[in-house]
Design a binder for this molecule. Structure first.
Ligand code: TRP
Length: 457
C-alpha cells in the first residue's frame, strides 16, 4: 500500500507558496487587533515572553502534527483524518477531529467576517477626513455608531465574504496560491512602512520598553492562560485550516523547518504590530495600553487624527488589517469547501456558495448581537461572545488536544516516518516528546483552567 496520495484539489506551486499561504492564514485579526490589546491588558513584557514560549513549545509541534496528517491524506481535514484513522487501524471515533474542525471553521468564519467588515468600514471612515482631530469620547461614539447600524455591518460583512469567495473559487493554484503570493509581500511592505512611521512619529522607545521589559509581577496565571490561548488562535491551529493547507504541500518540503519559518513570520508580525500600535498609543496623551478590544478601533483614530499625515497612515493601517483578515478568512473557507466538494461531488463554485452562504447567515447573529439583539443573552453571552468563546476556548483546545494524542499515540509510525523524512533524529525525538507529553498536558491545563475561570470564579 502506498503511503503517498494524490489529491483532487491540486497543490501549491512550491514550498514558498505553502509558507505564504500558512503565514497568510496565521497572520490576521489575531495579530493586529487581538495581540496588542491582550498584551496591553496583561502588562506587556512577561506576557509576551510566555506567549512566545507557547508558540514554540505547543504551537509549533501541534502545527507540524496537523500538516503531517493533511499531507498524508491529501484531502479535506475530515477525509484526511479518516484516511489517517483507517491507515492506523484506529477507532473511527477519532474522525471527530475532522468534523469538529469544519464546524469550528464555519462558526469562526461567521463572526470573523463581521469584525473584518469593521476594518473595511474604517478604511473609508478614516479616508473621509471625519476623524481629523477627534478626541477619545468622539472616537468612541463613532465606533458605537458603526456597531448600532445593522445594515452598515451587513454591507461590509457581505463585501468581505464576497472577497473571500472570489479567491477560494479560483482553486488552490490560481485562487489561493496567487492571492497569498501577492498579498503577503504587500502586507510586509505596508507593515514596514507603518513601522518606520511609528519610529519617526510615535514614542517607539516607550513601546519597546513596554513589550520587552520583563516584569513578572504584572503577570497573573490568567495571563499565562490567555497567552497560551492566543498562541493557538494566532497560528490557526485546532480547526483543520493548517491541515487543509498541508494537504497541498509539496512532498519534498521539510515539515519542521517550514513550520518554524511560518511561526517566526507570525510572531514577528504580532510583535511589529504591537510596536506600531503602542508607539502611537504612547505618543498620544490620554490613551492607555489597557484600553481592551477598543484599542484599535477607538484609540488609533484618535492618535492618527492628531498627527500630521496621520489620516493617510491610518487608512493604510486599516487596509493592512483588512488584507491580513482576508488571507486568514480564506483559510477558514477552504477546508469546508474542500470537504463539501468531496462529500457531495459538486464543483468548487457551488461548494463555495453553500459554505459562504451558510457562514454569512450565521454571521447575521453576530451582527445583530451588537444592536437589535444586544439584550438577548444566554448564560451571559450574546451571540457574538458565545461563538467567540465556544470556538476559541472550547472547540480549538479540544481538537488541538485530540490531535496531539492521535499523532503522539495512535498514528502509524511509518506514516510519521515518511512525512518527517529528512528531519534529524534529535529534532524528531524532541518533537515526539513534545507532542506526547508537553503539548497535551499544557493544553489540558489551559482548557480546564479556562473553563473553570469562566464559569466558577
Ligand atoms: N490565525 C488567524 C488570526 O490570527 C485566524 C484564523 C484563521 C484561525 N484560520 C483559523 C483561527 C483557524 C483558528 C483556527 O487572525
Amino acid at each position: 500500500m502506498g503511503l503517498q496520495q494524490k489529491g483532487m484539489h491540486g497543490a501549491w506551486a512550491s514550498r514558498w507558496t505553502f509558507i505564504m499561504a500558512a503565514t497568510g492564514s496565521a497572520v490576521g485579526l489575531g495579530n493586529m487587533w487581538k495581540f496588542p490589546y491582550v498584551a496591553g491588558s496583561n502588562g506587556g513584557g512577561a506576557f509576551v515572553l510566555v506567549y512566545l514560549g507557547c508558540i514554540l513549545l505547543i504551537g509549533v509541534p501541534v502545527m507540524m502534527a496537523e500538516v503531517l496528517i493533511g499531507r498524508h491524506g491529501r484531502q479535506s481535514p475530515i477525509n484526511s483524518m479518516r484516511e489517517a484513522v483507517t491507515d492506523s487501524g484506529a477507532n473511527t471515533k477519532w474522525q471527530i477531529v475532522g468534523w469538529l474542525g469544519v464546524l469550528a471553521g464555519m462558526l469562526i468564519l461567521s463572526f470573523y467576517s463581521v469584525i473584518a467588515g469593521w476594518a473595511l468600514d474604517y478604511i473609508f471612515l478614516i479616508s473621509s477626513g471625519d476623524l481629523q482631530g477627534i478626541n477619545g469620547a468622539a472616537a468612541s461614539a463613532k465606533f458605537s455608531e458603526l456597531l448600532s447600524d445593522p445594515s452598515r455591518l451587513i454591507m461590509w460583512q457581505s463585501v468581505f465574504m464576497v472577497l473571500c469567495v472570489a479567491v477560494v473559487v479560483g482553486g488552490v493554484k490560481k485562487g489561493l496560491g496567487i492571492a497569498v503570493e501577492t498579498l503577503m509581500p504587500l502586507l510586509f511592505v505596508m507593515l514596514l512602512l507603518l513601522l518606520v512611521f511609528s519610529i519617526l512619529k510615535g514614542n517607539f522607545s516607550a513601546a519597546v520598553n513596554f513589550l520587552f521589559s520583563f516584569d513578572l509581577d504584572a503577570l497573573t496565571w490568567r495571563g499565562v492562560l490567555e497567552a497560551m490561548g492566543q498562541a493557538f488562535f494566532t497560528l490557526s491551529i485546532g480547526m483543520g485550516a493548517i491541515m487543509a493547507y498541508g494537504a497541498y504541500m509539496p512532498q519534498d518540503a521539510n515539515i519542521g523547518k517550514t513550520i518554524l519559518i511560518v511561526a517566526l513570520f507570525d510572531s514577528s508580525v504580532a510583535i511589529i504590530s504591537g510596536l506600531i500600535i503602542f508607539s502611537i498609543v504612547f505618543a498620544t496623551p490620554g490613551i492607555e495600553p489597557t484600553e481592551g478590544p477598543g484599542l484599535m478601533f477607538i484609540s488609533l483614530p484618535v492618535a492618527f487624527g492628531s498627527m500630521p499625515g496621520g489620516l493617510l497612515i491610518g487608512a493604510i493601517f486599516f487596509v493592512l488589517v483588512s488584507i491580513a483578515a482576508w488571507s486568514s478568512a480564506i483559510s477558514l473557507l477552504e477546508p469546508c469547501v474542500a470537504w463539501l466538494m468531496e462529500a457531495k461531488n459538486i464543483g468548487r463554485a457551488r461548494a463555495n456558495i453553500v459554505i459562504a452562504g451558510t457562514a454569512w447567515v450565521l454571521g447575521l447573529g453576530s451582527v445583530f448581537s451588537f444592536n437589535i439583539w444586544a439584550d438577548y443573552k444566554v448564560a451571559g453571552f450574546n451571540v457574538f461572545d458565545f461563538l467567540d468563546f465556544l470556538t476559541a476556548n472550547i472547540m480549538l483546545p479540544i481538537s488541538g488536544l485530540l490531535i496531539t494524542l492521535f499523532v503522539g499515540y495512535v498514528l502509524r509510525k511509518d506514516v510519521i516516518n515518511v512525512e518527517m523524512e529528512g528531519t534529524s533524529p534529535q529534532l524528531l525525538a524532541l518533537w515526539q516528546m513534545t507532542i506526547k507529553y508537553i503539548a497535551p498536558s499544557a493544553i489540558a491545563v489551559v482548557f480546564i483552567m479556562g473553563v473553570y475561570d469562566k464559569f466558577f470564579v
